[in-house]
Design a protein around this ligand. Structure first.
Ligand code: TXA
Ligand code: MG
Length: 327
């Protein structure tokens, strides 16, 4: 795989990745590793994140290296509270309304970056804005409390691959490339956070684990939608991401010879995201089922149509990327 090739090109020794339990000793060890500039994968309610100290350039650079992320794409900074977020970004009434309702939770806010925050410029890719969120997972919250600082964390998967919702997914993708994995069981939501830009007009930058409808109801207005990277465009225009080993065929209402079906609703399928057609259940199963279908050796993964409302919108966004042409 490309990240192994890259590893041998750089000639770096392979790390021994520590498996940490979600207990006081585990939090203390994880916090020490972060303070020393190391990388720790940890569970959030959305997916596992690959955490590094957001104030340390070396740590942040190592996040990109470990994922094999080809370019410096800005990262989300995870904090323990609204008060901590306010140290880093220019707060606003709109931010306050959304944070008071949805934090802690699967919502990331992009706000103007304050000057002289001490954050690594790599975190924001030198943008004048910063993405921040307060996660809602007891293990993430305990780690943030123990560490006492801002944690930059993209999803803990090799670049372009399926996001991890279990510690074993992280180990499969990043073992030997990161310092530790803090095992906190399965992630409940199963999709990355919804990202809303608040530097100008409130804008949906990425559909995710908090349905857009809930945000619009809280704001009493519709969100603008970020155009390039629009989730509802054709797979041919999307960047490949969340890609299982096998090719993916979407909106499958029949099954062809070389295919295994990942179903939704009452259909006969190899695996089913939600036999009862529940979008919340489907979201929480999505990445795990894609990992499983891959390990079952499907030649082609066919996927049932998913309704495009509520969490279905974020599920379809991820599926379009999984089906996009591979580089
Ligand atoms: O649920 C999540 O959000 C997970 C967990 C670990 O918190 N994290 C996550 O991170 O999905 P990542 O790096 O896979 O996705 C972060 C997204 C990227 O698409 C990035 O371009 C966008 O956030 N982003 C970060 N900072 C931004 C900024 N200042 N302006 C616009 N987009 C930004
Ligand atoms: Mg990601």
């Amino acid at each position: 795989m490309s990240y192994q090739r890259e590893r041998s090109v750089t000639g770096k020794s392979v790390l021994e990745t520590e498996n940490l339990l979600a207990d006081q000793a585990g939090y203390a060890r994880a916090s020490t590793i972060l303070h020393d500039g190391g990388l720790v994968a940890f569970p959030t309610e959305t997916v596992y994140g690959l955490g590094g100290d957001a104030r340390n350039d070396m740590s942040v650079a190592r996040i990109f290296e470990a994922k094999g992320r080809p370019r410096f794409n800005p990262l989300i900074v995870h904090v323990d509270s609204v008060e901590t977020a306010q140290l880093y970004v220019e707060w606003s009434d709109t931010a306050d309304r959304l944070a008071s309702i949805f934090w802690p939770g699967p919502l990331t806010l992009v706000l103007p970056l304050k000057p002289n925050t001490g954050l690594s410029a790599l975190v924001t890719a030198d943008l004048p804005t910063l993405a921040v969120r307060v996660p809602e997972h007891p293990v993430a919250n305990a780690l943030l409390a123990e560490f006492g600082g801002p944690v930059a964390a993209p999803s803990a998967n090799p670049s372009g691959k399926i996001s991890p919702t279990k510690a074993s997914h992280v180990a499969r993708g990043l073992s030997g490339r990161i310092d530790a994995i803090l095992d906190g069981g399965d992630c409940g939501v199963g999709l990355e956070s919804t990202i809303v830009g608040l530097a100008g007009q409130p804008t949906l930058l990425r559909p995710g684990g908090l349905p857009t409808e809930a945000i619009e109801a809280a704001l009493g207005t519709t969100l603008d939608v970020f155009k390039s990277g629009d989730p509802l465009t054709a797979p041919g225009q999307m960047t490949s991401h969340y890609a299982p080993g096998a090719p993916v065929r979407l909106n499958a209402t029949d099954l062809r010879d070389n295919e295994m079906l990942l179903g939704f609703g009452p259909v006969e399928a190899t695996m089913n995201l939600s036999p009862s057609g529940d979008l919340v259940e489907a979201a929480s199963n999505l990445f795990h089922h894609l990992h499983m279908m891959d390990s079952l050796g499907a030649e082609v993964i066919a996927i049932s149509p998913i309704p495009d409302h509520g969490l279905g919108r974020a599920i379809n966004d991820r599926l379009l990327r999984a089906a996009a042409p591979r580089p």
